[in-house]
Design a binder for this molecule. Structure first.
Ligand code: NAP
Length: 311
């Protein structure tokens, strides 16, 4: 296999992650950014002292796209149309153009239109981990077989399989619907949690001195969510039509719970509570919930209080 790749959006968080990934595995990697300033920063930040592959940096698609067998789009969901229009005409005919966007929306249709027009190959992917992740081992990696014959999908699988991620195949619509649940809703809950504390002007330091384990983990997730790139997180909430369609049901569920609480409806509350537990209990991992919950909290508290994770 021709192991050459252009990463568009290489100055971004995932772009840098994949630059390190491909370089450390001996690939020839062309890193594209729109601005020389970001290229200069990227050169400083990348761990290229230890790379096995070759690396080049450019602000010009002509210098990288025609030389690459794979073109990765690591850019916001909203900028794919314009970028695909610029990249696709410059690609080799057997090269593969693929995205890693967290929301698919119209991206698959735009990729397929570029395939029809320019005779290139296309694929849609979504690594279900963030830039702080050490490796893709045991992380979910979603693949959308846009061409329908699995050829390009299998080639991509062969690249990532040795890293032992859990590969999931889905349609673009199924991707967006599931992602509405696995990213849209949890991000929203955690942004809401942080917003509520901020708007209440609660003294966070004092609050932490009153925390229990549940607050500790909830606060940890909320903190982690808001350390991410705001524009990318906005696209996850704003561009996923499957998520937008869920918002009114989300509001209804909140109102139902508020009413139960206001009405001191113990029976209603208990019924909802047990129904949720029963729903979770359908999955085997529920059996170890206490162990995993306490282990995550202990590890986090050890880092805060002892400066390191306990064994
Ligand atoms: N962060 C995550 O946890 C995560 C996980 C899985 C998938 N993803 C997906 O990966 C992609 C990149 O996310 P990220 O977190 O790496 O974002 P990011 O840090 O904001 O990086 C995106 C890069 O895209 C380029 N870019 C920005 N606006 C652009 C535009 N209008 N046209 C062309 N290029 C533009 C920028 O590079 P230059 O300015 O240098 O050109 C920027 O550095 C997104 O589609 C996201 O949904 C993210």
């Amino acid at each position: 296999m021709d192991r050459s790749i252009t990463i568009v959006g290489a100055s971004g968080q995932m772009g840098k992650w994949f630059a390190n990934f491909f370089l450390s595995r001996g690939w020839t990697v062309h890193l594209f950014s729109r601005t020389p300033e970001k290229i200069a920063m990227l050169k400083k930040e990348l761990k290229i002292a230890h790379v096995k592959g070759k690396v080049s940096f450019t602000t010009d698609f002509h210098e990288c796209v025609p030389k690459s067998a794979w073109i990765m789009l690591s850019i916001p969901a909203t900028s794919h149309e314009e970028t695909i229009a610029a990249v696709a005409p410059l690609m080799k005919k057997d090269a593969v153009l693929f995205d890693i966007a967290s929301v698919k929306g119209t991206i698959p249709a735009i990729l397929l239109a570029a395939r029809s027009k320019h005779g290139i190959h296309v694929l849609s992917t979504h690594p279900m981990y963030g830039p702080g992740t050490e490796s893709m081992r045991n992380k979910n990696f979603i693949l959308v077989d846009l061409e329908g014959d699995k050829n390009v999908l299998d080639e991509f699988k062969a690249i990532i399989e040795p890293e032992r991620p859990t590969i999931i195949e889905a349609t673009a619509q199924e991707h967006d619907r599931m992602i509405a649940y696995t990213l849209g809703i949890p991000h929203m809950l955690n942004i809401l949690f942080g917003k509520f504390l901020k708007d209440q002007h609660v003294d966070i330091e004092k609050l932490v001195s009153f925390e229990g384990t549940t607050f500790h983990l909830q606060h940890l997730i909320s903190q982690e969510v808001v350390t991410q790139e705001p524009y990318i997180y906005a696209t996850i909430e704003i561009e996923n039509q499957e998520f937008i369609a869920m918002l009114s049901e989300f509001k209804n569920a909140t109102e139902i719970l508020i009413e139960l609480i206001k009405n001191k409806d113990y029976d209603g509350f208990t019924k909802e509570f047990l129904a949720i537990r029963e729903n979770y209990a359908r999955v085997a991992e529920f059996k170890s919930v206490g162990q995993r919950f306490n282990s995550a909290a202990r590890r986090s508290l050890d880092i805060i209080k002892d400066g390191k994770e306990s064994k």
